[in-house]
Design a protein around this ligand. Structure first.
Ligand code: MN
Ligand code: ZN
Length: 494
């Protein structure tokens, strides 16, 4: 999808559909409609019918006849003016774009004049995100799908003058790069295991790095053995496919400046191992590498936007398979730093591969480390599919993430890591065990990771937010791309 900002009037703008955003607040609604009716007189009966009142998220499609250059007119409700946020605009743009797509529209023009309490740059950013994110499809394997059919493929945002146009252009460019990065993460998460397995994930990261301008190094099994990554090798034991450890580097900051390290869980398929999962819904587990997908997508955004920060992305990747050579409950693994863990449940594998990655991260003397993982089913019980669980030791970075969450609406909520919970992962035979049972399952998973951390650290449990059971306003079903916008915003505003 490509986009432009242009100086135009809604009467003369060339597009398949003109989208006009309208608040519901009575006075503003009436004045907006009055102005619109001056251009498109036959809009009045539609308004008189009460079918469109500017309600948040509502849209209505009308035909403009010869009144406009654009044959279709879409009214998009914003709700009460006092309550309009960037998220309102994002969602309204998504709703309007979906309505347009359903009508076969290819090019939309957005008239944003009614959104007054926000800078034109912020408005254009939100419209771009909402419009573009809503048009994502995963149809790579549909041989009958006509690529681009039923989708809006380009758009423009109308500005009043040259200053507007400049601000729109800049916002659209940045937002488009971020959306592209989100969609990279969605594609990776949605790809089946016979396409994305450790080595092909490494290859994909390398290609994406080449295109975006970050450096990728893929460590193979031999190097992983030399590093004594016993967690990653342990989880990989049941697999035919070798593991990889992916290192991505963006040097945008000053030389010697401590980097931000992002670590993403890359379990390319999680059967549960010997502690095998039930058959129903197991195909979701092709997305158990969404943490990795988010890490790669974020590196793409950070590099392509040329952010002035040193950022490292680390991905331990393996699948988790049951076989005659797989680890079994009771086994004890020794990690890169020499610590040991007893395997209580082979389905608690994510923390085992992250442990080694977190130890590896220490060599960068990081300013902070943020890991992302589809780690626990327990986080879905606690926070549903709406909010990412946040835990860790780095209060300052958690504040930054909360701020980024308020701007991106990729919500985070902190859970406590009180030492009392440590009781639950005590082992009789090793330093710790890999599962603490059902109670506080997300917290004990994080506490397991904390044993491998020697720097400021935040853990994001995205098991609920990464794989969506149904589509949202601009987030598709399944691989959501969660975290790319959140982390990119945090790094952009560091
Ligand atoms: Mn698992
Ligand atoms: Zn898993």
């Amino acid at each position: 999808m490509h986009a432009t900002g242009l100086i135009s009037q809604r009467r003369t703008v060339k597009a398949d559909a003109l989208v006009v955003f309208i608040p519901s607040t009575t006075k503003l609604f009436q004045s907006a409609i009055k102005a619109l009716a001056a251009d498109v007189p036959h809009i009045q009966p539609l308004i008189d019918s009460g079918d469109f009142t500017g309600k948040k998220g509502s849209t209505v499609l009308a035909y403009a006849g010869s009144a406009l250059k654009a044959p279709r007119l879409i009214l998009a409700g914003l709700g009460e003016i006092d309550e309009i946020t960037v998220e309102t605009v994002r969602r309204a743009a998504a709703a309007a774009t979906k309505t347009a797509a359903a009508a076969g529209v290819k090019h939309c023009a957005y008239d944003v004049a009614a959104i007054k309490d926000m800078s034109i740059g912020d408005v254009a950013f939100a419209v771009t995100e909402g419009a573009m994110l809503s048009q994502y499809r995963y149809w790579k394997y549909k041989t009958t799908a006509n690529n681009g059919n039923g989708m809006v493929t380009s758009f423009s945002i109308i500005g009043a003058d040259r200053a507007d146009q400049k601000a729109i252009k800049q916002a659209v460019e940045t937002a488009s790069t971020i959306v592209e990065s989100v969609n990279i993460a969605r594609d990776l998460a949605n790809a089946p295991n016979n396409e994305i397995y450790p080595e092909s994930l490494g290859k994909r990261a390398t290609e994406i790095g080449r295109a975006a301008g970050f450096k990728t190094t893929v460590l193979d099994k031999k190097k992983i053995q030399a590093l004594k990554m016993g967690g990653l090798l342990g989880v990989n034991k049941g697999s035919e496919r070798p593991p990889v450890f992916i290192v991505m580097e963006h040097h945008g900051g000053k030389k010697g400046e401590k980097p931000i390290v992002i670590v993403g869980k890359g379990v390319t398929f999680d059967t549960g191992g010997i502690s095998i999962k039930p058959a129903a819904g197991m195909s979701d587990m092709k997305g158990d590498m969404h943490g990795a997908a988010t890490t790669i997508g974020t590196m793409h955004a950070v590099a392509k936007l040329g952010l002035k920060k040193n950022v490292i992305g680390l991905v331990p990747a393996t699948d988790n398979m049951p076989s005659g050579s797989a680890i079994v409950p009771g086994d004890i693994l020794t990690f890169m730093n020499g610590k040991t863990a007893e395997i209580d449940n082979t389905d608690a594998e994510g923390r085992l591969i992250l442990a080694d990655a977190l130890v590896y991260a220490d060599r960068y003397s990081p300013e902070t480390v943020v890991d992302l993982a589809t780690l626990t089913g327990a986080i879905i019980i606690a926070l549903g599919n709406t909010t990412t669980g946040m835990m860790g030791t780095d209060k300052a970075t958690m504040d930054r993430l909360r701020n980024a969450a308020s701007r991106t609406s990729e919500y985070v909520c902190e859970l406590p890591l009180y030492e009392e919970y440590e009781e639950l992962i005590k082992s009789d035979y090793a330093d710790i065990k890999n599962s603490g049972g059902r109670a506080a399952g997300s917290i004990t998973a994080a506490l397991f990771l904390k044993h491998f951390v020697s720097y400021p650290w935040v853990h994001l449990d995205i098991a609920g937010t990464a794989l969506q059971p149904k589509p949202g306003p601009y987030v598709p079903k399944d691989g959501s791309g969660v975290g790319v916008r959140l982390l990119t915003d945090m790094i952009k505003n560091w």
